[in-house]
Design a protein around this ligand. Structure first.
Ligand code: ATP
Length: 199
């Protein structure tokens, strides 16, 4: 599995459609300070479902939409499309190439699609988490974050390993199932009370 391409439209400083073709192996992005190198990494995190404005170095989520410059008006939407080569089947989907897209409008609405079909954020997260790219995004290590990984507590470190191994998804599902069981047990108790009152 490798990232094949990334297309940005109206995302941060990339007002015009910008297509980046990526080859297997190491890719380096070089450019002067403030030219948008980190914005490319932010776009990658964002299209994979990142939900924290802070993780994207903004104050609020809509800060990812091109805010305008002296010569160009602000835009109303941001879109990022990521194409992943899945010829080794690392992603649990029956396609040799997987395209994930995310669009956000200034009114706050967000849309996701996998291979052109609309989907939920959860679908994107679940698709990626099987390949070790989890919702916590530890595959992206930002400037200055390396120290916090090295100094993490044993529990947090276990979390990183669990996420990379794809265990986190099952833990979350288990938590969700336990919450549903709890709610059902509550409903049953209430039902028994009602039945006792009727008798
Ligand atoms: P450095 O080498 O200093 O880390 P960089 O190449 O990583 O810089 P970025 O941080 O990616 O640069 O880009 C910063 C630029 O992106 C700034 O000029 C900022 O004004 C611009 N920018 C960020 N968000 C938006 C937005 N929503 N609309 C327009 N421009 C934006």
């Amino acid at each position: 599995m490798h990232l094949k391409s990334l297309t940005l439209r109206g995302f941060k400083s990339f007002a015009s459609a910008t297509h980046l073709q990526l080859e297997p192996g190491i890719t380096c992005v070089v450019g002067p300070n403030g030219s948008g190198k980190s914005n490319v990494v932010d776009a990658l995190a964002w299209v994979m479902g990142e939900q924290g404005a802070k993780s994207l170095r903004g104050g609020k989520m809509e800060d990812v939409i091109f805010a305008g410059t002296s010569g160009r008006a602000p835009l109303g939407r941001a879109e990022v499309v990521l194409t992943i080569d899945n010829s080794d089947g690392a992603l649990p989907i029956d396609y040799a190439e997987v395209t994930i897209s995310r669009t956000m409008f200034r009114n706050g609405g967000s849309e996701y699609a996998i291979n052109g079909s609309s989907c939920r954020l959860l679908d994107v997260q679940e698709l990626l988490s099987d390949s070790g790219i989890g919702r916590e995004m530890h595959v992206i290590v930002g400037q200055g974050q390396l120290d916090s990984v090295l100094q993490a507590s044993p529990e947090d470190r276990r979390g990183f390993i669990e996420e990379a191994a794809g265990v986190l998804k099952h833990r979350k599902r288990k938590e969700k199932a336990l919450r549903k069981l709890d709610a059902t047990e509550g409903n049953l108790t209430r039902l028994q009370d009602l039945l006792a009152e009727i008798r």
